[in-house]
Design a protein around this ligand. Structure first.
Ligand code: HEC
Length: 249
């Protein structure tokens, strides 16, 4: 009996192997375990509780992707008005930023002029428009919080470059925002990549937050910036404010 079984098993194996062969050179033959050759692609946002009409209650309506770690900066938001500000910043860091600001080599501009991209950034306009008093007030309130956490210690409460770090004598070279003549796109560039003694804030703030702060800096330059009158129109710039090179007035 034992011998017979052995012979049967051997014949079966040979038969199976033979069945796997075909005379077509392009055919892969019979595949016994296709999942091993072609693993099913796991897609992050597919509901695997329902596959080919078969329901699996344990998996139904569950996330197939893992939740991102806490404090992850979203690449893609959900608010359609600001979602484009979540896309990666497309301007490259200046060619020397690898040495001066510790940025990765593949992010660096190929142009030997370290300020080439910075100058080009003058053309970028703030994608967050100020459309109403309510919206602007809310934005400046949020900007104030961001500023107090990230910028105040150097730039100071009045934006005059005399924050506690500077007042203590530990740090110098912080400009008064009123003296800046750069365009808002360049403000964004400098906050994102850093400039001279100021480090990069790319890993601390998302792009929407940086553009929000750009509005806030312009309020320091001009107390009327982002103000609305009772008819809902933007208040004109004060005469002493630095020239505004943008159309975002
Ligand atoms: C560690 C101190 C420090 C912190 C923190 C800091 N800055 Fe600066 N910032 C500086 C210094 C120094 C300069 C002058 C850089 C230079 O030499 O042009 C500067 C310059 C700037 C400029 C002008 C850049 C240009 O292109 O001329 C802007 C705009 C600015 N900072 C905004 C911010 C904002 C917004 C924050 C908070 C998110 C911030 N900074 C945080 C030190 C700081």
């Amino acid at each position: 009996m034992k011998v017979k079984f052995k012979a049967f098993a051997q014949i079966s194996v040979v038969a199976l192997l033979a069945a796997a062969c075909t005379s077509d050179p392009d055919s892969s033959g019979l595949e016994y375990m296709p999942d091993m050759y072609r693993s099913p692609a796991i897609e992050p946002y597919v509901d695997y509780g329902e596959v080919r009409g078969q329901e699996n209650k344990d998996f139904k309506m569950r996330l197939s992707a893992m939740t991102p770690p806490k404090y992850t900066i979203p690449y893609w938001g959900t608010d359609s008005a600001t979602v484009h500000t979540m896309l990666p910043y497309w301007r490259k860091a200046g060619s020397a930023f690898g040495q001066t600001h510790g940025l990765y080599a593949n992010d660096l501009s190929m142009n030997p002029d370290v300020d080439f991209e910075y100058k080009a950034a003058a053309a970028d306009l703030n994608p967050i428009k100020l459309v109403s008093k309510e919206q602007a007030d809310k934005l400046f309130e949020q900007a104030k919080k961001l500023y107090q956490i990230n910028c105040n210690h150097c730039h100071g409460e009045k934006g005059d470059g005399n924050g506690p770090m500077v007042a203590s004598g530990a740090y110098t070279g912080v400009p008064d925002y009123k003296n800046l003549t750069i365009a808002e796109g360049q403000m964004f560039y400098s906050i994102y990549y850093g400039r001279n003694m100021m480090g990069s804030h790319a890993s601390l703030l998302n792009k929407r937050e940086i553009w929000t702060l750009v509005h806030y800096i312009k309020r320091f330059q001009d107390a009327n910036y982002g103000m609305f009158d009772e008819n809902g129109n933007r208040v004109a710039a004060t005469a002493s404010a630095p020239a505004d090179s943008t159309a975002n007035k």
